[in-house]
Design a protein around this ligand. Structure first.
Ligand SMILES: [Zn+2]
Length: 242
């Protein structure tokens, strides 16, 4: 089990004890890829930008991110010692996939999460004795509508990401319907869905921006050989960070 498997150019990311702590997926649990912003089939080189780990830029105190920051070896040892090796997340004994197809699943998982969201107003109706105020702004009662739209932090995120595509309604159910197809531009749709799915997992707009850039970078590299295709990163820089 401790021997790395040969896959493509190199070895399997999670089955190789490459951080000396054991497979990362075993330690972070199945939510590790989602929280870190890397899909389960991400390769190690996807996590590197300009010779540094993407997540080193994140300022969140989420325990999984803190753990990964502490556990990953210095980025320069990867680029110098590993050459062209490719590492993949894998689950259990299943072979890892080298294709990216997770964003649809991530979006559906997010919608499901919304419907199960334990906002404080719901906890109180279930008889739990918790403060009613929003954890983020402490200025209003915490409801699903407030958390996702009316809270100043959430409103700021929505305003930034919907500045290029008209969001017809800030009412929760309407916005979820709108998000199923928010733009005729495929890249824009992906960016909008992904940004909103990070809303309550990230402490700031800049954090969401960093995570999105990390996510778009490998996707854009995979598009390099496709003629007449505008890359995700190109769309990102054109509309959101020009
Ligand atoms: Zn609030």
């Amino acid at each position: 089990m401790s021997q790395p498997q040969e896959v493509g150019y190199g070895r399997v990311f999670c089955k190789d004890n490459w951080t000396s702590l054991g497979p990362l997926l075993d330690i972070t649990g199945p939510t590790g890829p989602r929280v870190s912003g890397f899909p389960e089939n991400a390769i190690v080189q996807d996590a590197l930008v300009n010779g540094n780990w993407c997540i080193s830029r994140l300022r969140t105190r989420h325990p999984t991110i803190v753990f990964l920051k502490d556990s990953l070896p210095p980025a320069d040892t990867i680029t110098q010692d590993r050459g062209d090796d490719v590492y993949l997340w894998a689950i259990g004994d299943k072979p890892p996939s080298s294709t990216f197809s997770t964003h649809k699943h991530a979006f559906h998982a997010w919608v499901t999460t919304l419907n199960r969201l334990h906002s404080r107003d719901r906890l109180i109706t279930w008889g739990m004795e918790v403060p009613s105020t929003c954890l983020l702004c402490i200025a209003a009662d915490e409801t699903r509508q407030h958390l996702y739209f009316d809270c100043p932090y959430s409103h700021q995120v929505w305003s930034f990401f919907t500045s290029r595509e008209y969001l017809p309604s800030y009412v929760f159910d309407d916005a979820v319907v709108w998000l199923t197809n928010p733009s005729p531009n495929k890249n824009m749709s992906f960016i909008l869905k992904y940004s909103v799915s990070r809303l309550l997992l990230s402490p700031s707009i800049s954090d969401i921006q960093n995570i999105i850039r990390c996510r778009l970078d490998p996707l854009s590299r995979a598009q390099r050989n496709k003629p007449n295709v505008t890359s995700y990163l190109s769309t990102w820089f054109t509309y959101f960070q020009s």
